[in-house]
Design a protein around this ligand. Structure first.
Ligand SMILES: Cc1cc2nc3c(=O)[nH]c(=O)nc-3n(C[C@H](O)[C@H](O)[C@H](O)COP(=O)(O)OP(=O)(O)OC[C@H]3O[C@@H](n4cnc5c(N)ncnc54)[C@H](O)[C@@H]3O)c2cc1C
Ligand code: SF4
Length: 603
């Protein structure tokens, strides 16, 4: 009898929306989950991110078992080692996997291919199901174009998928975007929505306890409240559509001290591990508009993020790889300041520094340290803006975003950081760098009133560092941008600054840069994935290999799902409130069986 077909379930394929699994269990088919020690040690990952991914994988494996699928879970040094060992042990006939979503996985699969071939096992790669635009379609769109701007791609996607389009081919509402209406500050008396929180169940708590013991990772596991199942992610999507989407548009760019979410969905973490599909987010937002629950600027603003930006950055990632990793058009040379790891001056890596006195930066980094996330504008106009003005190498900043955020993966951080925000790609993605003085932050937030710096000043001890660095940045890059159509006005403003004042600004910028403590482990030119990690993580004994089951659990109703591939048992899928999970079947309710008692081997 031929051996089983193995379906490799990548860590971002935690539901049947995206995993390459058939809608119902099949004899001779095994879902293979691999925890890679190398991957876990490749960056100082935020502990919330580790818990998220490991718990979502464990829950999905459990759900598949309950639905009657044969499941094989193993811990291996690398994904390729794990795949080869699983194929050998189970006597596989074939291994099926999704094409790598990011370069490291492509490399791992390509390393596995000849080793599997030596066992007589072919490796079959299939298209990634987690996006709305196939890689080949993006390349078709990009071919021959001089400018690869998001706005043009987004319009193509709207037309192609018929989203917010009228029968005459015009965009709904007569415009492609409503940005001008979407730039409001959060009113001081407007209550901030409560964060969406999912109480961790026993399985997640066991993983939290395990990850808490790992050394050289960022943050703690405390306060982990992210959804790790599709049912919980769907419940948050429901709440987002009714509770937050109406405010999404107008307050998209607003920031409030101590508040990481405001009217944002916080769904990126779930989306990026496959608990949700972008199609269902787009459909829900469009339906909310058609049913008059939200305004067009809110619905369109959200749809543009999901169907425009998310698909575009993924397309640009592959379009720009591998050169993207080293993109550094502004020839920056600095590592990241330690404030990005230790905003309160706490000991981390190279040791303690003075606390960060910049209210906006300190608050937004604290939010990342404590929760592994903060919303878009803080990432773009505070964290990335400051690093760009300082002259940080894009790869070093990218490494921080990739490791530190619960939704961070190279396919999304690299275009956002090396491409969009730092202008590392020299303008392929955005026409100009996303840099500003403190005035932008003051307009969109309540930070400046609470800051020790004065946002109105550009010289003197109390001058806002964004102001000092901004004018110095323009002076540094004057030649490059003098004739740039979108920067020329800023250069003209620079030229209006009296020469003596500009000299003072430049001296102050130099002194400010020199006063910072930098992350000694960060790469200066190209990413060095293992830099700064001194120990591999604690590993668990995966226990004896699980044999594929031959019997199926009956009565698993398969639910069609938005992407046509969702087959989560209906009972689980419709679980109502956040914080509750209806579990079908009987196996491993408390999670301890699946997350086998850890053998805490420090290596
Ligand atoms: C420097 C920088 C780094 C970023 N790193 C990441 C990252 O690691 N992972 C990540 O998913 N997003 C990243 N983004 C994009 C964006 O900031 C996050 O997707 C968003 O803040 C997630 O929060 P949310 O789910 O509440 O998003 P919402 O504001 O509710 O937006 C809805 C969805 O749109 C998508 N989206 C919006 N903007 C982008 C974008 N620029 N690129 C890709 N998707 C987008 C996300 O899937 C998001 O969930 C980054 C942006 C910048 C400027
Ligand atoms: S004054 Fe400058 S540093 Fe302080 S919060 Fe405002 S923008 Fe940030």
């Amino acid at each position: 009898m031929p051996g089983p077909n193995l379906v490799f379930v990548a860590p971002w394929e935690c539901s049947r929306l995206v995993a390459q699994l058939p809608r119902a269990p099949q004899d001779g088919l095994v879902a293979v989950f691999i925890e890679s020690v190398d991957k876990g040690a490749s960056l100082p990952w935020h502990r919330h991110k580790l818990v998220l991914v490991l718990s979502a994988m464990a829950h999905f494996a459990e759900q598949l078992r309950e639905a009657g699928y044969a499941v094989h879970q193993r811990l291996a040094e690398s994904y390729d080692d794990g795949l080869v060992a699983a194929a050998q042990e189970l006597g596989a006939s074939r291994v099926i996997a999704t094409e790598g979503r990011e370069q490291d996985m492509v490399d791992a699969l390509e390393r596995a291919r000849p080793r599997l071939a030596a066992l007589g096992v072919p490796l079959e790669l299939r298209e990634d199901r987690g996006f709305l635009c196939a890689r080949a379609d993006f390349e078709d769109w990009a071919r021959g174009r001089k400018e690869l701007r998001m706005e043009l791609f987004y319009r193509t996607m709207r037309r192609r998928l018929g989203v917010l389009m009228e029968p005459d081919g015009e965009p709904t509402g007569g415009a492609w975007n409503f940005d001008a209406e979407n730039r409001k500050r959060w009113p001081g008396d407007k209550p901030v929505p409560e964060p969406f929180r999912v109480e961790p169940d026993a399985m997640t708590r066991a993983i939290m306890a395990r990850v808490a013991r790992w050394r050289d990772r960022w943050g703690t596991v405390d306060g982990f409240r992210l959804p790790v199942t599709r049912a919980d992610a769907l419940a948050i999507l429901d709440r987002f559509i009714t509770e937050r989407l109406p405010d999404f548009g107008p307050y998209e760019d607003a920031m409030v001290d101590g508040e990481p979410d405001l009217a944002h969905s916080t769904l990126s973490a779930a989306l990026n591990i496959g608990l949700l599909h972008p199609r269902e987010l787009v459909e829900r937002a469009e339906r909310a508009y058609r049913e008059r629950q939200v305004t067009l600027p809110s619905a369109e603003g959200f749809i543009r993020q999901v169907m425009g930006w998310r698909e575009y950055v993924r397309g640009m990632y592959w379009h720009g790889m591998p050169a993207f990793r080293e993109a550094n058009a502004l020839e920056c040379t600095r590592p990241l300041p330690m404030w990005y790891w230790a905003p309160d001056g706490e000991a981390y890596g190279e040791g303690p520094t003075a606390p960060c006195g910049m209210r906006c930066l300190a608050d937004s980094v604290r939010q990342v340290r404590d929760t592994g996330r903060v919303h878009h504008i803080a990432r773009l106009m505070v964290q990335s803006n400051f690093a760009t003005l300082l002259g940080v190498v894009p790869a070093a900043l990218n490494r921080w975003f990739w490791a530190g955020f619960v939704d961070g993966y190279e396919w999304v951080t690299l275009p956002n950081v090396n491409g969009m925000s730092t202008w590392g790609d020299g303008g392929r993605m955005t026409s100009k760098p996303y840099v500003s003085t403190g005035a932008y932050i003051d307009r969109m937030s309540d930070y400046c009133g609470k800051c020790r710096y004065d946002v109105k000043r550009r010289t003197g001890e109390s001058a806002c560092p964004f102001n000092v660095l901004y004018w110095d940045f323009l002076a540094q890059h004057r030649e490059r941008f003098a004739r740039h159509p979108r920067m020329a006005m800023m250069i003209r403003n620079l030229d209006r600054i009296p020469a003596a004042e500009l000299r003072t600004i430049r001296k102050q910028a130099t002194a400010f840069r020199a006063s910072l403590v930098y992350d000694g482990s960060a790469p200066i030119v190209a990413p060095a994935p293992n830099a700064g990690v001194r120990a591999l993580p604690v590993i668990t004994d995966p226990g004896p290999p699980r044999r594929p089951r031959t019997t199926r659990t009956p009565a698993t109703r398969v639910d069609g799902g938005a992407a046509g591939g969702d087959a989560v048992p209906a009972k689980t899928r419709t679980a109502g409130r956040v914080g509750t999970r209806t579990v079908t079947g009987t196996a491993g309710r408390d999670g301890t069986r699946r997350t086998a008692k850890p053998r805490e081997d420090e290596r």
